[in-house]
Design a protein around this ligand. Structure first.
Ligand code: DOR
Ligand code: ZN
Length: 349
C-alpha cells in the first residue's frame, strides 16, 4: 500500500502553453501553484522568434503573475527557416532563453511559420550545439500520405536519427513522446537525447477519442495512441531513467474552438498538472518514482539547479469543474465533471 501523503521537491513543467493576454492571466496561476518553473512554448501568433520577442513575452508572463506567487518562465524561441545562428547566440546570451522549439509547418496550433525542410536549419543546429542550447522537437511528419498514427515513428526514421548523428553534442528533447518507437529510440540514443511525457498520454489511449461518441476534449497532437504505446510510456516514466521527464503540454483552447466542425488540438491539464501524474504513477504502483521524474530529471538535463521548496499531495479525490474561465470565454479541463484521486495541499495563494 503506497502512502496517502506525498511530499516532493517542487516540480517543474518542461513543456507548457501559456498563450497571451487574458488567456495567459487565466491559466498561469494553475501552473504557478504547482510548478516552480516551466518551459514556455513559443507558438503565439505571431510566434516568439527572437530574443526581443522572448524577453517581451517573459515580461508579460511575470506581469500576469498574481502578487505573492513565485514562478520562473523559461523562455524558448520558435524555429523558422529564417532563424539565424546569431539569433540563437543572442538568445543564449540573454540567460532567459533555454531552448529552441521545432514545429513542422502545419503540424499543430499556430505552426504556419514552422519549418518545411529541417536541413535548412543545419547552421542554426551547429550553433546551438556549440553554445549548449537544447533543440525541442515536435516529432511528427506532416506528409498527407503518412497515417496520422504513424507520424511520430516516421519522423524518427526520416529526421531524428539524422539529427542525433549529424550533431553529436546537440541536446535534443523529443517532446510529448507518444509511441513505443519513440521511447525505444530515446532509451538507446547517445547521451544528450531525452523526452518529455504528458499526463494525458500516460492516462489515455485512443479509445478515449471515441468513448460513446466523438470526444474533442481528448484530441491533442500528437494524437493519443494504442494501449500498447501508452504502456510503453508508463514504463518509461516510471523506469527511473533520467532521460524521461515531466512536460504537461497543457494547451488551453476555448470550449467553442474544441467543440467545432474542425476542432483545435490540445488538452488543458494545468489545473491538475501534478495530480494527474500522481494518479498515473500510483496506478502503476510507482508513486515513489514520481519525484525524480517530476522534479529532478528535467533540471539535471537543462543544467539548472533542482528546486529546494517542496509541495505535498494527498490521496483525496476531488471533483474537477465542468468548465474553467479563459478570459471572456470558457475552457473544458481534462476530467471535467469527474474526479481526480490526488489533491494538492496549497502553499502558494
Ligand atoms: O495538442 C497540442 N496542442 N499539440 C501541440 O503541439 C500544440 C498544442 C497547442 O498549442 O494547442
Ligand atoms: Zn506543446
Amino acid at each position: 500500500m503506497s502512502p496517502d501523503t506525498l511530499t516532493l521537491a517542487r516540480p517543474d513543467d518542461w513543456h507548457l502553453h501559456l498563450r497571451d493576454g487574458d488567456s495567459l492571466a487565466a491559466v498561469l496561476p494553475d501552473t504557478a501553484r504547482r510548478f516552480g518553473r516551466a518551459i514556455v512554448m513559443p507558438n503565439l501568433l505571431p510566434p516568439v522568434r527572437n530574443v526581443d520577442d522572448a524577453m517581451a513575452y517573459r515580461g508579460r508572463i511575470l506581469a500576469s503573475l498574481p502578487a505573492g506567487m513565485r514562478f520562473e518562465p523559461l523562455m524558448t524561441l520558435y524555429l523558422t527557416e529564417a532563424t539565424t545562428p546569431a539569433d540563437v547566440r543572442a538568445a543564449k546570451a540573454s540567460t532567459h532563453v533555454h531552448a529552441v522549439k521545432y514545429y513542422p509547418a502545419g503540424a499543430t496550433t499556430n505552426s504556419q511559420s514552422g519549418v518545411t525542410d529541417l536541413a535548412r536549419c543545419d547552421a542554426v543546429f551547429e550553433a546551438m550545439q556549440e553554445i549548449g542550447l537544447p533543440l525541442l522537437l515536435h516529432g511528427e511528419v506532416t506528409d498527407a500520405d503518412v497515417d496520422v498514427f504513424d507520424r511520430e515513428a516516421v519522423f524518427i526514421e526520416r529526421h531524428l536519427q539524422r539529427l542525433v548523428d549529424a550533431f553529436p553534442r546537440l541536446k535534443i528533447v523529443l517532446e510529448h513522446v507518444t509511441t513505443r518507437e519513440g521511447v525505444d529510440f530515446v532509451t538507446s540514443a547517445r547521451p544528450g537525447v531525452a523526452a518529455t511525457l504528458t499526463a494525458h498520454h500516460l492516462l489515455l489511449n485512443r479509445n478515449a477519442l471515441f468513448r460513446g461518441g466523438l470526444r474533442p476534449h481528448a484530441y491533442c497532437l500528437p494524437v493519443v495512441k494504442r494501449e500498447r504505446h501508452r504502456q510503453a510510456l508508463m514504463d518509461a516514466a516510471t523506469s527511473g531513467n533520467p532521460r524521461f521527464f515531466l512536460g504537461t503540454d497543457s494547451a488551453p483552447h476555448a470550449k467553442s474552438a474544441k467543440e467545432s466542425g474542425c476542432g483545435c488540438a490540445g488538452i488543458y491539464t494545468a489545473h491538475a498538472g501534478i495530480e494527474l501524474y500522481a494518479e498515473a504513477f500510483d496506478a502503476a504502483g510507482a508513486i515513489d518514482r514520481l519525484e525524480a521524474f517530476a522534479s529532478f530529471h528535467g533540471p539535471d538535463f537543462y543544467g539548472l539547479a533542482r528546486n529546494t521548496e517542496t509541495i505535498t499531495l494527498t490521496r483525496q479525490p476531488w471533483q474537477v469543474p465542468d468548465e474553467l474561465p479563459l478570459g471572456a470565454v470558457a475552457l473544458v479541463p481534462m476530467r471535467a465533471g469527474e474526479t481526480i484521486g490526488w489533491r494538492l495541499q496549497d502553499t502558494q495563494a
